[in-house]
Write a protein that binds this ligand. Structure first.
Ligand code: HEM
Length: 147
């Protein structure tokens, strides 16, 4: 189960369904010593995807590597760099349900079927269009019933 959990976490890092989250500045706010001041009322979008693919936080960022999320590696993750469900008081209310659902589906399918590459399978999976929800276009995989 820890490995399944790590697989789901790593997939949500590499292919996070929601590409960005937004917040509105509640007051004028200067970011550290950058000289940048956000005026009250400004909409700020955080690109989750850029954070998840930043090599400073995730070495070899384009490689799907569940090991990053195994319990013995979790303390190497930099706080606030992993946010597939957003962060803070307005983060996703469905986190637990979504993770439970994803793991249940994977277990149920992998128990009965093998998923294999076909000549039409795109490796690596390429994002076809940058938009609010992750979009890869059509995804082709082969499915074989386990004996
Ligand atoms: C893999 C599945 C899911 C992903 C990746 C996801 C991701 C997100 C993200 C990024 C946000 C914005 C959080 C922020 O602004 O900080 C959000 C908000 C929200 N999500 Fe999800 N979500 C998922 C599944 C679900 C499910 C299953 C439910 C309901 C059962 C749900 C209900 C909500 C609601 C109600 C909000 C708005 C929360 C608020 O504004 O206070 N989500 N989700």
């Amino acid at each position: 189960m820890p490995y399944l959990e790590a697989c789901v976490s790593e997939t949500l890092r590499l292919h996070n369904p929601v590409s960005a989250v937004g917040r509105i500045a509640a007051q004028d706010y200067t970011i550290g010593d950058t000289g940048i001041t956000l005026p009250k009322g400004m909409l700020v979008n955080f690109s989750i995807q850029s954070m998840h693919r930043n090599p400073d936080y995730y070495p070899e960022p384009d490689r799907w590597n569940p090991e990053r999320f195994m319990p013995y590696n979790r303390d190497k993750l930099v706080p606030y760099t992993y946010m597939p469900f957003g962060l803070g008081p307005r983060n996703c209310v469905g986190i637990r349900f979504a993770l439970m659902e994803a793991k249940t589906v994977v277990v149920s399918l992998v128990n009965r079927f093998k998923f294999i590459r076909t000549p039409k399978t795109t490796v690596p999976l390429v994002q076809t269009k940058f938009q609010f929800l992750y979009n890869t276009g059509d995804v082709y995989v082969g499915v074989e019933r386990r004996k």
